[in-house]
Design a protein. Structure first.
Lengths: 100, 198, 543
């Protein structure tokens, strides 16, 4: 009995080559958009847009290239933990630096 | 004793390791946020001197290398060993191209006399000193990860060619892929934070 | 080992290697646990020596045995060794490595080779730390916190000490990710989350803190090295940097680190109390969730180490508030432990004595923590011996006393023999009295304003310092008694049998010492642990 083997099949990655190529095309398009937005020099709004686009790209990489879609529910749910934690660390430090 | 094998467990371990990497870079992202908040204008001024074309090219190079990596796993899963080896080689090659472009960029900065603690850099404003400090430290640490990734994938490439990574047993290649995609993801954030500062 | 009918168990495991190599290259979690146990207590002995020397210097004002710079090196090395090489790895890598897989009914951890690698990282880090003493321009003198800008400017051997801490951090991360994966993937059939022993829960919570906090230390230490080599200037105001950001980064790790130290200790306490009270634990889920709550809230309180650093007022208020929240889950645990003993048939053997001492000393440490967490009182006692007293009550009185309790509790399982109960109690008495004599005066000294980290003090502080130094000698005697008893009993003790305490968790269902791969057949679990009511079954033992 090999438990790893049977569960492996359950989460067997169903991504075909086409999915990867489409994901890649999305990443290229998003890169073009973020560079395009930069040339408009939007100031603070530009920073927000650049970070949103970067997060979209990260999402594409995670979901398709890294197969987070097919991973166990445990990984899907705890994946946001380090991200949230980093946000909290930056936020709390921000409270110090901003009000100093 | 039959060797215990648990692919999901192995991937779980890799993901947990990537969490630690997120927070390792996280400390630097925290410093970046604080310094940029204090020195927004100087960051903009300093970023003007970086080579935007090189940065964009490198973004495309890494994205494409990630595609090759993902395809190489799909190939080995279908038992296409030669295709998988070729795609892994493409990943390694593109990783090297990334490092080469990075090398020329750093050389340009250093050629202008801009490197940590250099006399030319210390004459600039505080915000610019910090910007270049972050630039060298963060892209340097990222570059180190690229080098590690290249080494790991080269090792996997040899394993695949030798037939040790097969259509039914390839979790090592998958984990190397996870690492490589993670390195790509970090760059996805570094790119706008250094090259597209408005 | 056979003359008294004790099976050799895993000590006679089949393998190609013999002698010391069968240990230092073993991937058996039990052998690695024991390797770690001996390694961390060896470093503990070194740390104790530095502590004793510091107390000896402080027996009288002025220069007694060493000068100021040697004293600075003493407290730096005492801190680095005790924190990074003893309490942080501490219970998880030794008792956790040995007993967590046993308690969940697994044959080993998820990644046995990574487990061994983490021990090698640990040893490398330990040797680097010792090397920093004898090479370069003198031992580091920054304190274990390596605060910038001093750590970047001092001529002493900081880079080596910092690299040591970095490598030790990698070791800690590997252990953490190994344990999380093990607990998720390798529980025996029927071992649901809420049937796991609470020690496993505490190790699990600790492992999360290890992997989510340690990387921040990693980058912080890396930056100290980078600053020393290249002078980037992140923490240097002359270049626009900010030394307070160093403190933020450092304490973002180092506050959660105290939960790495105390959470597994709380787990040991929760194991011992039901066994020695013959009662099921009161509020199983409350204890399990409070471990997770302490682990998560503990991330957001680091600023209370920085109340006098020049941090903004808003941040100080916020951090002070969050600090008080941690008291809630800690209180939940203390009340649950006491309630678990209520109306039990209590058997006061050495493990329980250490646990009772833990509850008493940890409560004092926790309550003085409230004084430190409140902004106004913190300003009065910040940087004084009050902090030293508080810290040692929580970590020595808490974590280490629980560690000793666990060591006695599981000793028969590890060795197959019983320790000498009378000597164990004597050692406990010495430790308990010596501990209070050593650290309680520090609260008074700190309140009166004696600053920490100086080799000298005003003459009016001398009487209490003498009490404290004498206390350190009593503690040292207690430690010698304790370890002499355990080492002697490991060879000469009477055979213990598989379950000398009548425990209900899985490690007591296998032989003492456990065989290679722990169980002949993997048990099937049908109910929760800690069931002592005969009409309701026998806990994990029924299957």
């Amino acid at each position: 009995m090999n438990p790893g083997k049977t569960e492996q099949l359950k989460t067997e990655n169903k991504n075909g080559e086409m999915t990867y190529i489409l994901a890649w095309a999305m990443l290229v398009a998003l890169t073009a958009i973020t560079v395009g937005v930069y040339t408009l020099h939007l100031g603070t709004a530009g920073v927000a847009i650049a970070l949103v686009i970067a997060s979209l790209k990260a999402g594409v990489i995670l979901l398709f290239f890294m197969h987070l879609r097919q991973e166990s529910r445990f990984l899907q749910s705890v994946f946001l933990l380090p991200v949230f934690l980093l946000g909290a660390i930056i936020g709390l430090t921000f409270i110090d630096v901003w009000y100093r | 004793m039959e060797r215990h094998r648990d692919d999901i467990g192995a991937r779980t371990g890799m993901w947990l390791f990537l969490f630690t990497e997120i927070l390792l870079f996280g400390g630097l992202f925290m410093l970046y946020s604080m310094f940029r908040m204090q020195h927004g204008a100087e960051f903009h001024k300093a970023a003007e001197n970086l080579n935007r074309i090189a940065g964009t090219t490198n973004t495309l190079v890494l994205i494409t290398s990630s595609l090759a990596m993902a395809l190489s796993i799909a190939a080995i899963r279908r038992g296409r060993k030669a295709a998988s080896v070729a795609l892994q080689a493409t990943t390694v090659l593109l990783g090297c191209v990334f490092l080469l472009i990075k090398y020329f960029e750093w050389s340009t900065e250093i050629g202008r006399g801009i490197y940590p603690n250099s006399p030319a850099l210390l004459k600039l404003d505080h915000g610019e000193i910090l910007f270049y400090g972050l630039y060298f430290v963060m892209t340097g640490l990222h570059g180190l990860h690229v080098i590690i990734g290249i080494s790991v994938i080269s090792f996997m490439l040899v394993s695949t060619a030798k037939g040790n990574i097969t259509s039914t047993d390839h979790v090592r290649l998958e984990n190397s892929g996870l690492y490589w995609h993670f390195v790509d993801t970090i760059w996805v954030y570094l790119f706008p934070l250094f090259y597209l500062v408005t | 080992m056979n003359e008294s009918g004790i099976q050799p168990g895993f000590y006679a495991a089949p393998g190609s290697r013999t002698g010391i190599f069968s240990w230092i290259f073993s991937t058996d979690h039990k052998r690695i646990g024991l390797l770690y146990l001996f390694s961390i207590f060896s470093f503990f002995a070194v740390g104790v020596c530095f502590g004793l020397l510091m107390r000896l210097e402080l027996i009288a004002p002025g220069r007694t045995i060493v000068g100021p710079s040697t004293y600075n090196a003493f407290f730096t090395l005492h801190g680095v060794i005790m924190i990074f090489l003893f309490v942080i790895p501490g219970i998880p890598v030794s008792l956790g490595n040995f007993f967590m897989p046993l308690q969940i009914g697994a044959r080993d951890v998820a990644f046995p080779r990574i487990n061994l690698l983490s021990w090698w990282f640990y040893i490398t880090g330990g040797l680097l730390a010792l090397l920093s003493l004898f090479t370069g321009h003198g031992p580091p003198d920054t304190g274990w916190t390596f605060y910038a800008p001093y750590s970047i400017r001092t001529g002493t051997n900081v880079v080596l000490a910092v690299s040591a801490a970095f490598v030790l951090g990698m070791s800690s991360i590997l252990t953490g990710l190994n344990f999380i994966t093990t607990i998720h993937r390798m529980r025996a059939p029927g071992m649901t989350w809420f049937r796991m022993p609470l020690f496993v829960w505490s190790v699990y919570a600790t492992a999360w803190v290890q992997i989510l906090a340690t990387p921040i230390l990693g980058i912080t230490l890396l930056l100290v090295i980078i600053e020393r080599l290249f002078g980037v200037g992140f923490f240097d105001p002359a270049k626009g940097g900010d030394p307070i950001l160093y403190q933020h980064l450092f304490w973002t790790y180092s506050h959660p680190a105290v939960y790495i130290m105390i959470l597994p200790a709380m787990g040991v306490v929760t194991e011992i109390i039901p066994v020695f009270s013959r009662r099921t634990v009161f509020g199983y889920k409350a204890i399990a969730f409070s471990s997770m709550a302490i682990a998560s809230v503990g991330y957001f309180v680091w600023g209370h180490h920085m109340f006098t650093s020049g941090m903004s007022d808003v941040a100080r208020v916020v951090f002070s508030f969050i600090t008080f929240i941690v008291a809630i889950p800690s209180g939940v645990k203390v009340f649950n432990w006491v309630a678990s003993m209520y109306k039990g048939s209590i058997r006061v053997d050495a493990p329980l004595l250490f646990v009772l001492a833990f509850i008493f000393l940890f409560s004092i440490g926790g309550l003085t923590g409230l004084i430190l967490g409140a902004l106004a009182t913190n300003i009065q006692v910040h940087g004084t011996y009050f902090v030293v007293g508080h810290f040692h009550y929580v970590i020595f009185g808490g974590a280490v006393f629980a560690f000793f309790g666990g060591l006695h509790y599981w000793f028969p399982k590890i060795t197959g023999r019983m320790y000498n109960e009378k000597r164990a109690r004597l050692a406990w008495l010495f430790l308990f009295i010596g501990f209070n004599a050593l650290y309680f005066p520090m609260f008074i000294l700190g309140w009166e304003g004696m600053p920490r980290r100086y080799y000298d003090y005003l003459p009016k502080f001398q009487p209490l310092n003498v009490v404290s130094t004498v206390g350190s000698w009593i503690v040292a005697t207690g430690l010698i008694l304790l370890f002499a008893n355990l080492l002697r009993s490991a060879r000469k003790g009477a055979a213990a049998g598989p379950n000398p305490w009548g425990g209900t968790t899985l490690e007591w269902q296998t032989s003492s010492p456990p065989p290679h791969e722990n169980f002949g057949e993997i048990p099937v679990i049908t109910q929760g642990p800690y069931i002592y009511n005969p009409s309701k079954g026998k806990g994990h033992g029924t299957a």
